[in-house]
Design a protein around this ligand. Structure first.
Ligand code: 13P
Ligand code: SF4
Length: 348
């Protein structure tokens, strides 16, 4: 089957209204989804999709979740192939955890501006300035950077991971400055050094965006991803009239989903990549879900189109490889990350 999808339109509620295609075939989304599932069965493949993927990719996946939940599922799954609809470091993390399995990424050019903000040489140089410090790397890093780190974390468990390090030990936290500031505030740790990296999508969700939206919707709850440029100012303002503490929540994408299921708010402003809104709307359709910045789209996450996923399953491309020695060193740090709070999968 050789199909090209030109565009798929969504209503405000994230429902698919129409599909169109280029080329000689016309195919409904249902037919595409059946074909994806058939090819996945043929390959004994499990499809994992991050919360920022396109809605149609989320809907066809076996599991949708945050980085932590998807890493855990990758480690536990018995499928011989893992198809990771996300960005490269996520597929690489799955390969580190499941080296004996085939890991496919539909679009290998799907990078991450945050992961690119530090490389292994820069980390080695930083470590040489702080001998004996514990290195905590956010999962949004390359395999080489993970191999130089003691512990990995995601936004769902960063506070817990850093809080578990003896208080007299220096910590190097990388690469996200906004998540680092959040962790430092939550743990009240003074001996923590933070790498000044950022994600271009989240850094672009500004304090001004948040204040303007919050002022226009005074009843709304606020869900803020800790990578956001507005996360730190939001917590300064939290407890003021601008942002009452009881309606301001700093959450990983999985944490947002958990809270979505129980919130009693009638409307919620969401500060993260807009793909998240699809799962939130499905989890609680009675809430009015609004992005703080509707332009906050990760181009890398959106590279996995229906056509690209179909090709991946049909041709078995592209296989993710991690050098065995790097993977062995990185595995200790990644396994420590998935062990924290492992009693439930969470984040799905
Ligand atoms: P989560 O860890 O919340 O899934 O976020 C991953 C990510 O890439 C954020 O931009
Ligand atoms: Fe990386 Fe930012 Fe995209 Fe997440 S949203 S994958 S941190 S570039």
């Amino acid at each position: 089957m050789d199909l090209k999808f030109a565009s798929i339109y969504y209503s405000q509620q994230g429902q698919i209204l129409e599909t169109t295609e280029i080329g000689s075939h016309h195919i409904s989304l249902r037919e595409w989804s059946d074909e994806v599932k058939r090819l996945a069965r043929e390959r004994d493949a499990i499809i994992l999709a991050h919360n920022y993927q396109r809605p149609e990719i989320q809907d066809v996946a076996d599991h949708v979740g945050d980085s932590l939940a998807l890493s855990r599922i990758a480690a536990q799954s018995s499928a011989s192939t893992i198809v990771f609809a996300g960005v490269y470091f996520m597929a690489e993390t799955a390969k580190i955890l499941a080296p004996e399995r085939t890991v496919l990424i539909p679009e290998p050019r799907a990078g991450c501006s945050l992961a690119d903000s530090i490389d292994a040489d820069q980390l080695r140089e930083w470590k040489s300035q702080h001998p004996g410090a514990v290195v905590v790397a956010y999962v949004n890093t390359s395999a080489e950077v993970k191999a130089e780190s003691d512990l990995c974390c995601t936004s769902a468990n960063a506070v817990e991971i850093v809080a578990g390090i003896p208080s007299d030990q220096e910590v190097l936290f990388l690469p996200d400055q906004f998540l680092g500031a959040h962790v430092q505030r939550a743990t009240k740790r003074e001996n923590m050094h933070i790498w000044m990296g950022e994600c271009h999508v989240h850094a672009g969700i500004s304090p001004q965006d948040l204040r303007r939206k919050a002022a226009a919707a005074p009843e709304s709850e606020l869900f803020i991803h800790p990578e956001c440029g507005c996360a730190t100012p939001a917590l300064w303002l939290s407890g003021t009239d601008d942002l009452p503490a009881e309606r301001t929540h700093v959450l990983s994408t999985g944490g947002m989903l958990e809270r979505a299921r129980t919130t009693r708010a009638r409307s919620v402003l969401v500060a993260t990549e807009t793909g998240m809104l699809h799962q939130l709307r499905k989890a609680n359709p009675s809430v009015q879900w609004e992005p703080v910045n509707a332009k906050a789209e990760c181009v890398y996450m959106k590279m996995t189109t229906p056509e690209v996923l179909l090709r991946c399953l049909r041709d078995g491309t592209t296989e993710v490889e991690v050098d065995a020695e790097i993977a062995t060193r990185a595995r200790r740090a990644v396994e420590a990350m998935i062990a924290v709070g492992a009693s439930s999968l969470g984040g799905e």
